[in-house]
Write a protein that binds this ligand. Structure first.
Ligand code: UDP
Ligand code: GLC
Length: 394
């Protein structure tokens, strides 16, 4: 879609191949931009599978990323070792040039980078192009070298930073940069309370008397599935109908993790209680089938899935780690437990199972909290305010 004279062109830069929360959040934002004011253009990877669902429909999408060493790294590996970083950087010259070319072609007025590696590559390209830069930071960097590299880049590119939680924002607390906290927005018209679909329930082998736990997310170790499996096996003897639905798929570089989870399920003797769905498009429908939503992750920067479950009116259990305590009010909209603590998690699950009225009240309070703080429309307004400020200052 071509921009009109009155519109500001916003170039979004995201290198992802598969869909994750970052791409979901970006898509929800872009759909809500005021078309009188902003015209989005997406600079993306040549093999971006996440665009296949057509959700970017009429907006301009330019493929600019080919494979590079830096793009293939996990977030824990970015910045590890100065020599390796330099090698990554030189291998990244191609993508930086491609992004720069994309920015010129798109006649971008502002560059909005949406992923860790794009803050570096897109940030450099924006600087070369002389365009104002917004970093939408969605990561907690547990590796000090990675964080140092990001901070050095922040000092050099001087981006306006949007952080998705205070836990993410505090990584920049010692830098002279402007950080605005804007939580992720979830489309609460889609993630809304509703009755379970009996046909779907039957397809998944769930019986009406089952007590169903659900986790949604990429199968990656820091999401904490192993802790949840251990908690399930601890609670199982007292709850003969307790089941766990695992929604999500493994990223291509982590196939061994799926094997590890399957072996663990066999070792714990809980195979009959676990339902694997793989990646699903119908997450709202699946959430309606569960009694309790659990996200047992470690250092979760935000966790859209928690808000999605709250939108469906479900009580949630999360960890006292990363941005999660900013989403769950412990004892009111859900329960918080320490990460990697299967016993505490099993206790929290049993507490909710033993008091369904309290669990239901937590679900209702969570729904109200989601509507108050995490609605995609409100969040898009906040981001547009940042664009207006940044554009006015440049
Ligand atoms: N998701 C999905 N289908 C799946 C698994 C996940 O649509 O099978 C979506 C989920 O509903 C959420 C996003 O992927 O919107 C995951 O975002 P989150 O912020 O929870 O985690 P991330 O993957 O970004 O770390
Ligand atoms: C990242 C984080 C996740 C967050 C998502 C959307 O993928 O892992 O916690 O919800 O971005 O910002």
């Amino acid at each position: 879609m071509a921009a009109t004279e009155s519109q500001h062109r916003i170039a979004f830069v995201d290198h992802a191949v598969d869909i994750g929360g970052a791409e979901k959040s970006l898509t929800e934002l872009v759909k809500r931009l005021d078309p009188n004011e902003f015209c989005p253009v997406l600079l993306h990877s040549n093999n971006a599978k996440w665009l296949a669902d057509g959700s970017w429909g009429e907006f301009t999408c330019l493929p600019v990323f080919g494979p590079t060493q830096l793009l293939e790294k996990k977030r824990t590996e970015v910045g590890r070792g100065l020599l390796r970083s330099l090698a990554d950087m030189s291998a990244s010259a191609g993508p930086v040039f491609s992004i720069w070319r994309g920015l010129m072609r798109a006649e971008a007025d502002l560059v909005h980078t949406n992923s860790l590696k794009c803050h570096l590559l897109g940030g450099l390209a924006a600087r070369l192009a002389g365009r104002p830069l917004v970093w939408h930071v969605r990561d907690i960097l547990t590796a000090q070298e990675g964080l140092n590299l990001l901070k050095r880049a922040a000092m050099s590119f001087k981006p306006r930073i949007i952080a998705i939680s205070s836990a993410v924002a505090q990584q920049f607390a010692d830098l002279p940069v402007t950080v605005t906290l804007i939580a992720n927005g979830v489309p609460l018209d889609k993630f809304s309370p509703g009755p379970p679909n009996p046909q779907l329930q039957a397809e998944l082998g769930l019986a009406p008397e089952d007590e169903v736990l659900c986790v949604v997310g990429r199968l990656t170790p820091w999401k904490g599935h192993t802790t949840l499996l251990e908690a399930l096996s601890l609670a199982a003897p007292r709850h003969p109908h307790l089941k766990l639905m695992i929604v999500g798929e493994v990223a291509f570089w982590e196939n061994s993790y799926e094997r590890e989870l399957k072996d663990k399920i066999d070792d714990l003797g809980i195979a009959g209680r676990v339902i694997w769905t793989g990646f699903r498009e119908d997450v709202p429908e699946l959430l309606r089938l569960c009694d309790i939503f659990v996200l047992p992750s470690v250092d979760e920067p935000f966790g859209r899935v928690l808000v999605e479950a709250m939108g469906v009116g479900k009580p949630v259990i999360g960890t006292n780690s990363g941005g999660v305590p900013e989403i769950i009010v412990d004892g009111e909209t859900g329960l918080l437990v320490p990460p990697k603590d299967a016993e505490a998690l099993a206790e929290a699950i049993e507490q909710m199972l033993s008091d369904p009225l309290q669990a239901q009240q937590m679900g209702e309070a969570g729904l109200n909290r989601a509507r108050d703080l995490f609605d995609a429309d409100r969040v898009a307004d906040q981001v547009q305010d940042v664009y207006r400020e940044v554009l006015a200052a440049n």
